[in-house]
Design a binder for this molecule. Structure first.
Ligand SMILES: Nc1ncnc2c1ncn2[C@@H]1O[C@H](COP(=O)(O)OP(=O)(O)O)[C@@H](O)[C@H]1O
Ligand SMILES: [Mg+2]
Length: 169
């Protein structure tokens, strides 16, 4: 979007990934999944990472989301070099700035939809009543106002994914 209206060079990219390499060490062998990936994403831009199964999409997304560390290269999110933060610092950064919708929903099975969605806000320090209100609003937006008390096992696959989307907001 920004590229089309010419703003690309005026605002710093939200994601700035420079010469990133990820190598796995399997015993004495080194397996390089990708090397020297550079990628910038501007605010408001929608990007799809496309590739065959095993190409390294999840590996790259885990790096961009601060869930994994690159073997070399730098990744900056909103101007923060996330891999220079401590483990706890990165966890706080993810809680405040990033949302994740996984291929497998990863909802907490013991908790109803409402509490799954409240959890990141509550853990981030928001008052419980405010987190509850926010979560109800998000679940209503994804069409699940009538399913707040359902646990993941009592929801359909698509409904679980919608809860995961509400949680990522
Ligand atoms: N922890 C790991 N150790 C070694 N190899 C891995 C590990 N995780 C993923 N891989 C390998 O990295 C490659 C990319 O995996 P992945 O990023 O999950 O692919 P996809 O593009 O399907 O999401 C695959 O060949 C996979 O076998
Ligand atoms: Mg994958």
């Amino acid at each position: 979007m920004s590229k089309e209206n010419g703003n690309m060079h005026e605002t710093a990219p939200v994601i700035d990934c420079r010469q990133v390499t990820r190598t796995y060490s399997e015993g004495p062998e080194k397996l390089t999944i990708f090397s020297d990936i550079s990628l910038q994403v501007a605010a408001g831009e929608t990007v799809a990472i496309v590739g065959s199964s095993g190409a390294g999409k999840t590996t790259l997304l885990n790096l961009l989301g601060g869930l994994d560390r690159p073997s070399s290269g730098q990744i900056s999110i909103c101007g923060n070099d996330i891999h220079r933060l401590s483990e706890a610092g990165r966890a706080r950064f993810r809680n405040k700035h990033l949302g994740f919708v996984y291929q497998f929903h990863h909802l907490l099975p013991e908790f109803p939809a409402l509490e799954n969605v409240m959890m990141p806000c509550a853990l981030g320090g928001m008052a419980i009543s405010a987190a509850k209100k926010k979560a109800e609003g998000f679940l209503t937006q994804v069409g699940l106002a009538e399913r707040l008390a359902h646990k993941p096992g009592e929801l359909s696959g698509g409904e679980r994914q919608r809860v995961a989307i509400a949680r990522a907001w």
